[in-house]
Design a protein around this ligand. Structure first.
Ligand code: ADP
Ligand code: MG
Length: 227
């Protein structure tokens, strides 16, 4: 077991609207490489803000955020950090409607030095791993919600990220389809030893993780390990 922290947050504060809305009010958090952590809490408690900070989609007002050895409060090239280290899976899949599944999965690789052929091969490999090899030429409107989310997972993985950040990844799906998506994420975590941080508001989903962090009013109020 690797004991290295891949995520270290200290004294993180973030507010919006000139300080009138405090989203995060002093968060300290450490996550180990390869860990599966869930973040739970009521709506508006700061879960998405916290996840976005980990993925450098938002910047801190105060405190330090260190992810995969990079101090995000000091780094200028956040987009390179994101494309190399982070795979995002959102509640709404954010696929591009006029591109096929195969093309959507290739988007994160477009800045890479890979040839077109190599990119296509990599995208195929991932679409196969989420069992969508027969849908590669379909556009998102022709896919079910679960299939779209599988494309989004394939896209998140395409650059071999060290961390997957998933924000309510089953929030727009029925429970059966949601379970399929959760199993894909869980398998990935197990097989690839990728660090998985997943936001949810459902306790049974949160309990699938190795550890659950409860957020309330912008603070971590509880941490619980699952065995
Ligand atoms: N871009 C933003 N502009 C203004 N307020 C925001 C923004 N993002 C989040 N907030 C506010 O910050 C608080 C925390 O939001 P969020 O992190 O999205 O909560 P959660 O994901 O737990 O529902 C909420 O009060 C929300 O309205
Ligand atoms: Mg949210």
């Amino acid at each position: 077991m690797n004991n290295e922290n891949i995520i270290e947050i200290h004294g993180l504060k973030k507010s919006y609207e000139n300080g009138q809305i405090v989203a995060l009010n002093g968060v300290d958090l450490e996550i180990k490489k390869g860990e599966f952590v869930s973040i739970i809490g009521p709506s508006g408690s700061g879960k998405s803000t916290l996840l976005n900070m980990l993925g450098a989609l938002d910047v801190a007002d105060e405190g330090t955020v260190k992810v995969a050895g990079v101090d995000l409060t000091r780094t200028k090239d956040l987009s390179t950090f994101r494309s190399q280290e982070i795979g995002f899976v959102f509640q709404l899949h954010n696929l591009i409607p006029n591109l096929t599944a195969l093309e959507n999965v290739q988007i994160p690789m477009l800045e890479s030095p890979l040839s077109g052929k190599k990119m296509e091969e990599r995208a195929m490999e991932l679409l196969r791993s989420v069992e969508l090899e027969d849908k590669i030429n379909q556009k998102p409107t022709k896919l079910s919600g679960g299939q779209r989310q599988r494309v989004a997972i394939a896209r998140a993985l395409v650059n071999h990220p060290s961390i997957i950040l998933a924000d309510e990844p089953t929030g727009s799906l029925d429970s059966k389809t949601g379970d399929i998506i959760l199993n894909i994420l869980k398998d990935l975590h197990k097989k690839e030893n990728v660090t998985l941080v997943m936001v949810t508001h459902e306790p049974y989903v949160a309990n699938m993780a190795e550890r659950t962090i409860t957020v309330r009013d912008g603070k971590i109020i509880e941490q619980k390990a699952h065995v």
